[in-house]
Design a protein around this ligand. Structure first.
Ligand code: FAD
Ligand code: FES
Length: 273
């Protein structure tokens, strides 16, 4: 279905960790159509910026849609100042939804920082599509003050599902999320660690910095499991298929993150660039 452009009402826009904000928008037509992995765009508020800014959907119901964003530059700094009651234009949903195989027995979601945002909505969909499947969420942050998502994820799956790694060891596991993933796989596989699993046994969704996703993909694809990576790209036209600036190299040729993604089979991404 084609994307829509609508005026959305900001219901709330609150800081949930250092430089991380959660914005909930009332916009029934876009909210009801958005699927996990898809994204929406907000207009530039900085007068020097031409193009809209993309954000993946963190959660939604039939009326409301939530995004979680990190303040990294001019527009995200201005979004952080918006207060409830204000209207803003919203375009979406854009991109292809994530595919969730209901036959998979175990799903792991591996996030770096704000990469947790799209994974949380994927998690909600797994809950409906594969209710019997085991789920783990592994998320890496620089430090404790950047950690978010605990409450939202625990609300779905209960305590113990969400494991955090921090680079400085100020919260949870001391190390990167890739280190945490390696440790968790060793614990999971035990003495069967050398046996390659069937593809339906474990599927991983990962989102975060490109180098982190490349490392996750190398581990997961290398052990014969499915790995889906949610890629980011500079989107000059805001995902409207006009600039062709969002291409990524894959074993099937060049693909556009905004049209073919943002979710890709990590085994097909050419990570070295
Ligand atoms: C499909 C998609 C989904 C996204 N979802 C989220 C999300 O859920 N939460 C979130 O916090 N961010 C998300 N992003 C990134 C977000 O769009 C950018 O952080 C935002 O556009 C920055 O706008 P700005 O004007 O504040 O920054 P600018 O002033 O334009 O840039 C500030 C810094 O951020 C870098 N930057 C800007 N845009 C990107 C980008 N797309 N990729 C990598 N680096 C960038 C610039 O190089 C610069 O160093 C997503 C991006 C894409 C393509
Ligand atoms: S962002 Fe312009 S074509 Fe993809």
């Amino acid at each position: 279905m084609a994307e829509l452009m609508r005026t959305a009402l900001i219901l709330s826009n609150e800081g949930i960790a250092t430089n991380i904000f959660r914005m909930t928008l009332q916009c029934p037509e876009i909210a009801s159509q958005a699927r996990p992995g898809q994204f929406v765009t907000l207009p530039p508020l900085d007068e020097l910026t031409t193009w809209r800014r993309p954000f993946t959907v963190y959660g939604r119901d039939s009326e409301r849609l939530t995004i979680v964003y990190r303040v990294v530059g001019r527009n995200t700094a201005l979004y952080a100042q918006l207060t409830g009651g204000r209207e803003i234009s919203l375009i979406g949903p854009l991109g292809q939804p994530a595919v969730i195989n209901p036959a998979v027995k175990e799903f792991w979601l591996v996030a770096g920082g704000c990469g947790l945002a799209p994974l949380r909505y994927i998690l909600q969909r797994i809950e409906k599509t594969a209710p019997e499947a085991k789920v783990r969420v592994l998320a890496g942050f620089a430090a404790k003050n950047e950690v978010f998502g605990h409450d939202d994820i625990d609300a779905s799956y209960g305590r113990g599902t969400f494991k955090v790694a921090t680079d400085d060891g100020s919260y949870g596991f001391h190390g990167t999320v890739v280190d945490l993933l390696s440790q968790a796989l060793r614990e999971r596989d035990g003495e069967n660690g050398d046996t390659l699993p069937k593809p339906e046994e474990l599927a991983v969704y990962t989102c975060g910095p490109r180098r982190m996703m490349a490392a996750v993909a190398a581990i997961i694809v290398g052990r014969g499991s499915t790995c889906h990576a949610l890629l980011e790209a500079r989107m000059a036209c805001g995902g409207l298929d006009a600039c062709k600036g969002c291409v990524v190299k894959t074993t099937d040729g060049l693909k556009q993150v905004c049209q073919d993604g943002p979710v890709f089979d990590a085994a097909k991404i050419i990570w070295e660039e």
